[in-house]
Design a protein around this ligand. Structure first.
Ligand code: FES
Length: 177
């Protein structure tokens, strides 16, 4: 056997280094680690966003009630068939065939101010509640109607909305009082 050279170096043991396997294994490990990192990062981001929304929802604070009797002008200012938002009173002053009335603009869900809809009725910008033109709740989360508020004339002939005194939807200002 003098003409042949025999490789006498030991075979790699089973646990020995196999360049291809080690390289492939490291790549797969890196991918797994990257995917795990990506998953953890995505979950953390989603959780943070969800927590932010929950915190925003929980921490929502409606505007504090201020004075309860608020002047809203003369009856002549309000034409028949109109519905006018009066910011200081946070109420809509409407005049229909039966007379003048005040409808609370404060949403019965968590207290945001509802906005008039082009097609009639009101929508709350906070959580999407909808109310009919007469204040009845149509879509939640609010389940209670917008309040109708007492509307009175003071000694100067000025109308005053009394936010502390809800009235029935049929109540109208007694203009001859
Ligand atoms: S405050 Fe939530 S729907 Fe109006």
């Amino acid at each position: 056997m003098t003409g042949h050279q025999v490789n006498t170096s030991p075979l790699p043991s089973q646990g020995g280094a196999c360049p291809e396997r080690v390289e492939g294994g490291r790549g797969a490990g890196d991918r797994r680690a990257f995917l795990a990192w990506l998953t953890r990062g995505s979950l953390a981001t989603i959780a943070a966003l969800a927590l932010g929304q929950v915190a925003r929802f929980i921490s929502f604070a409606p505007a504090a009630e201020d004075q309860t009797a608020i002047p809203v002008g003369q009856p002549e200012q309000y034409a028949a068939g109109t519905l006018t938002y009066v910011e200081p009173a946070r109420a809509y002053i409407g005049r229909d065939g039966a007379g003048l009335y005040a409808l609370d603009a404060v949403c019965t869900h968590l207290g945001c101010l509802v906005a008039q809809q082009a097609g009639g009725g009101f929508a709350c910008p906070c959580h999407g509640s909808r109310f009919a033109a007469d204040g009845q709740a149509q879509n939640g989360p609010a389940s209670q109607a917008l309040r109708h508020l007492a509307l009175n004339l003071n000694q100067d002939g000025q109308m005053v909305v009394d936010r502390s005194r809800p009235v029935t939807p049929a109540t109208r200002l007694a203009e001859d009082s």
